[in-house]
Structure formats: C-alpha cells, structure tokens
Design a protein around this ligand. Structure first.
Ligand SMILES: Cc1cc2nc3c(=O)[nH]c(=O)nc-3n(C[C@H](O)[C@H](O)[C@H](O)COP(=O)(O)O)c2cc1C
Length: 192
C-alpha cells in the first residue's frame, strides 16, 4: 500500500517534560513504528495559538499550520492534563480552533479515528477527563479509539525517561494500532 497513514498529535502543557505531551509523542512513535507518518503540536506550539475568536477571520501562521495538519490528518491523537477535573484551557483552545473546519468536505474530525491521552495527578481526574474528551471528540464527529491512554503522572516515567509500567506501554501500542488499522481499513474500503 503506497499511502502511509498520516497521524497528527497535539497536546501537552507548557511545563518542561510535560507528561501528557510525552505520552502523545509515545503514541506517535508507536504509530510510526507501524508505518505511519506523524506530526506533533506540543505544549509550546499550542501556547503560541491566540485565544480562538470565531468573529475574527484572520488566522496566525501557527493557527493555519495547525488547521492544515488537522485537515490532512488520517488520524489524530489528543493529549491533555486533567486540570480541575477536565481538559486544560490550552488544549481546549486548540480544539475550539477546529471549528474553522466546519465548511470542509470532512467537517471537523469527521470520519477520523482519535486517540485520547490523559495525564493526571490521580485516577479520579484521569477517568473524568478521559470521559469528557470522548464527548468532545463525538461533538467533532471523530471516532474515539476504544483504547484511551490514561495515567497518573508520578508513575509514568523512571529517572531515565523509560515507561515504568508494562500495562501503560501496552495501551500506547494498542491505541497506535487502533489508529493505524482504522485508517488502513478505510483506505481498503475506498479503493475496493
Ligand atoms: C491547575 C491544575 C489543576 C489540576 N487539576 C487536577 C485534577 O483535577 N485532577 C488530577 O488528577 N490532577 C490535577 N492536576 C495535576 C495534573 O493533571 C498533572 O500534574 C499532570 O501531569 C499535568 O500534565 P503535564 O505533566 O503534561 O504537565 C492539576 C494540575 C494543575 C497545574
């Protein structure tokens, strides 16, 4: 098959060594290992996006680059920290910008698989935020993958930056597999 799935990830915080950003990068690395092309918009890129203002039609270069990547993506990974029981403002601002794709032939995230990644201080915040993110992805017409990646940050990486937990590593691999196989199944359907 000549078409490589193009998977775009965005998320994280402005914090150095943001766990949510590193987890998104880990899913993208797995997707790459499974033959995908990938691109990441991390915390720094998201922090450069102005507050989304639907009444102002002009977009910055950063906003346009983000929208173009989402427009072309075959699959998406969104990573957020749990902030006060939900999605952070930084990540939600990027999500809100996807409203600009309302008039596209593929509206918002229509038809695309979306992997969700959450880093939290505790399991209650992780679960609540994962669940909220699934509702957001549904509102954007995306298909949340069955496997969500949710983790308590203090337990994710060891001092060498390696994943501590085999179960978490497996969920990262599984989510990447669900993204790439969903895209490949669509390509087979379209060319049949
Ligand atoms: C403003 C703020 C609010 C937070 N609220 C929650 C919360 O409600 N539940 C929770 O489990 N963790 C909460 N945390 C902890 C973060 O989710 C956790 O530190 C996470 O790893 C941050 O993401 P990062 O590692 O990508 O920076 C909060 C942290 C901050 C700074």
């Amino acid at each position: 098959m000549s078409h490589k799935p193009y998977i775009v990830g965005f998320g994280g915080t402005t914090r150095p060594r943001s766990t949510s950003e590193k987890l998104v990068a880990a899913v993208l690395a797995e997707a790459q290992a499974q033959g995908a092309r990938t691109e990441l918009f991390g915390g720094e890129a998201l922090a450069a996006l102005p507050h989304y203002a639907p009444e102002h039609p002009n977009r910055t270069d950063g906003q346009s680059a983000f929208l173009e990547a989402i427009r072309k993506a075959d699959g998406i990974v969104i990573g957020t920290p749990a902030y006060h029981g939900g999605v952070s403002a930084l990540v939600k601002n990027a999500i809100d910008l996807i409203a600009d794709l309302q008039s596209d032939s593929r509206v918002f995230l229509d038809g695309r698989p979306v992997g969700i990644v959450v880093a939290a201080g505790g399991w209650q915040g992780a679960g609540a935020t994962l669940s909220a993110m699934r509702d957001i992805v549904h509102a954007l017409r995306g298909w949340p993958t069955p496997i969500g990646v949710a983790a308590v940050s203090s337990a994710v990486f060891d001092a060498d930056g390696q994943l501590r937990d085999d179960a978490l590593a497996r969920s990262i691999t599984s989510q990447a597999h669900q993204l790439t196989s969903f895209v490949r199944a669509q390509i087979v359907n379209e060319t049949a």
